[in-house]
Design a protein. Structure first.
Length: 620
């Protein structure tokens, strides 16, 4: 790719903007280079658009009074070309410049027949790929469908939402007829072709979204047994294997196809398999993007990687994959590792972005877990540790999918883990390790007794905080060496005992249901709690009830009120005033203050007039 980076993306022998090559490179560029490289990609796309001919066709290569290669142009104006550039960059201005030319090319130049399928176009060079056994109807329809889908997405982005229906209508025609016209029990082929199965056309059917799970096995056979395409189409065949869920097959084919190039004495990649043609072709770089997008698993979900998914697929072939992606907001760092069926996934999200990290579903306590990671944070889901561990540092992460297992889970790191409002974390035991915070926001945290170490306990260690902000927490036993706080809408259900040697704070209407004793040897704060302590309550520590709320001092001097009150942690305090108590209408004076285990001072400057004035401190 670096050798191909000139005033356009062009192989050094040909020195031309072959737009199909450029479309392949667009998928690799964000993983290999600083975002400034997209300026070169932008130039390539604009050359294609601005040199459109009067009959609405386009050159490939461009600009040149040369030839149109129809399917290369379809690639460039569709999902893998203009829209891929937009996903890399968020450059709406480029879409606006390209859209009129794309619209005329797709709706005026290309046409469908009465069945809704594409009418083949020769252009000036009827070329779909190098190599043998090319099934043109499959490639015509799939490339055109991908371009139509991209145009339908593009139309509202450039202020032309009404155009989308034209693209979607033609797209639906292809979807309606593609499988009835081309599918057989062994794979896709056109009616005029009865002698071979083209891995290119079958791969593109997968990538165009035309296949169903029931076809996967047959498609896999086609994709692993046929090797006719050039490196131009090889990338799409490999991508289809990843898409179908066969990472081992994709990696095996990648090794088989590229090994001669990799071990050749020439340090760049060749134009053709096994190692021939031009010896520095950027179109051979397809595996670079696939290793990042499908193995390390990072894909943008909004332009410029402002949001992204990390869904690694190591299969059984690899034990580790690391990637650093230079996004516009900074470096996104990913490390995925496997020890048997146990995985460790680490994701660092730069400030300004957010990522959704998916733990592979192959095995381990956290199988299938998804964490939404805020910008600036690093999150690790580690099933290779014993017990399994979620580590979050320098920010917050939210569990957004259910996890149910019998093992014991540690929460470590300096950041916050939120259990999402619709999420359930159900484990055999839960340890909140020193210095950390766990926050349950409307979700459910359950520790279930499954025997052995998975005895259903929750332990909060010194310096750690378990904060139930409206969620539901259930366990067999709760051991507090650190801090537990439950908000007014939270629910805590413990089948056995609660032992507090740290700090336990119940606020407002917090619900507490115990099957065993509550033993307090630390600080139990029920100052604002509306509930009642259970029978058999044992207090060997400090009990802060309603009586702990009292004004320490109150003075009036020169018309100003000065008031002090002890401010306890987990509570906020607000000075309020009223001119009457029959009935009282209280108004806030100044800002609320958070308790920090020390005296708080409040003042109402010049608040005391000639008449009566009443004051109170509201505690929450």
């Amino acid at each position: 790719m670096g050798v191909n980076m000139m005033d356009t993306w062009g192989e050094s022998r040909e020195r031309a903007n072959w737009i199909g090559d450029t479309s392949l490179i667009l998928g690799q560029a964000p993983y290999a280079y600083d975002p400034l490289v997209e300026l070169l990609s932008r130039k390539c796309l604009l050359e294609l658009i601005h040199w459109q001919r009067s009959d609405m066709t386009m050159f490939a290569p461009a600009p040149a009074n040369y030839k149109e290669l129809p399917v290369q142009v379809l690639a460039a104006v569709g999902e893998y070309g203009v829209m891929r550039y937009y996903r890399n960059t968020g450059d709406v201005a480029l879409l606006q410049q390209c859209y009129p030319a794309i619209k005329s090319y797709l709706l005026d130049v290309w046409q469908t027949n009465s069945d809704g399928l594409v009418i083949h176009r020769d252009g000036q060079w009827d070329w779909e790929d190098w190599g043998n056994n090319i099934d043109e109807p499959l490639l015509d329809n799939t490339w055109y469908l991908l371009a139509l889908n991209a145009a339908a997405e593009m139309a509202p982005l450039v202020g032309q939402p009404g155009d989308a229906s034209s693209y979607l209508s033609r797209a639906q025609g292809i979807r309606n007829q593609f499988n009835p016209s081309f599918w057989t029990s062994s794979g896709y082929h056109s009616p005029t072709n009865t002698t071979f199965l083209d891995e290119r056309g079958n791969a593109m059917a997968v990538l165009a979204g035309l296949t169903s799970p029931s076809q996967a096995a047959a498609l896999r056979t086609v994709l692993i047994t046929n090797q006719n395409c050039s490196p131009y189409m090889e990338k799409y065949v490999l991508e289809a294997l990843f898409t179908l869920g066969y990472p081992d097959d994709a990696l095996a084919r990648m090794q088989s196809r590229y090994s001669a190039m990799v071990y050749n004495s020439v340090t760049t990649l060749w134009e053709l398999f096994p190692a021939s043609g031009g010896f520095n072709h950027g179109w051979s770089s397809g595996p670079l993007g696939l290793l990042d997008e499908d193995v390390a698993g990072i894909t943008p979900t909004s332009p410029g990687y402002a949001t992204f998914n990390v869904r690694p697929a190591l299969g059984t072939t690899l034990v580790r994959a690391d990637a650093n992606v230079p996004s516009p907001d900074g470096i996104i760092s990913i490390s995925a590792a496997r020890d048997g069926v146990d995985y460790r996934l680490s994701v660092r999200v730069p400030p300004g972005s957010s990522g959704l990290a998916f733990q592979p579903a192959a095995g381990g306590l956290l199988s299938g877990a998804a964490l939404s990671v805020d910008g600036g944070a690093t999150a690790v889901m580690d099933d290779t540790a014993s017990p399994s561990e979620i580590n979050i540092t320098n920010g917050n992460a939210t569990l957004v999918t259910n996890v149910e297992s019998t093992g014991t889970l540690d929460k470590t790191g300096s950041g916050n883990l939120y259990i999402g409002a619709s999420s359930l974390l159900s484990v055999g035991g839960f340890e909140v390790v020193a210095g950390q915070t766990i926050v349950s926001v409307g979700g459910q945290l359950t520790a279930t007794n499954s025997g052995g170490q998975a005895d259903g306990h929750i332990t909060v260690w010194p310096g750690a905080i378990l904060d139930n902000e409206g969620g539901s927490i259930m366990c067999s036993s709760l051991n507090l060496l650190g801090t537990f706080e439950e908000s007014a809408s939270g629910t805590l259900t413990v089948a056995g005992s609660v032992t507090n040697q740290g700090s336990l704070c119940l606020l407002g209407n917090a619900q507490l249901t115990l099957g065993g004793p509550l033993i307090n040897s630390g600080v139990l704060d029920i100052m604002t709690w509306s509930g009642s302590l259970p029978s058999g309550f044992v207090n060997n520590g400090v009990l802060l009830d309603h009586s702990a709320i009292k004004v320490e001092s109150c003075t009036v001097q020169s018309g100003s009120l000065n008031l002090t009150i002890m401010g306890y942690v987990s509570h906020t305090y607000q000075l309020q005033g009223s001119s009457t108590l029959t009935p009282a209408t209280w108004f806030n004076i100044g800002s609320p203050q958070a308790g920090a285990g020390e005296i708080l001072e409040f003042m109402d400057t010049n608040g005391v007039g000639a008449g009566a004035e009443f004051y109170r401190v509201a505690v929450h």
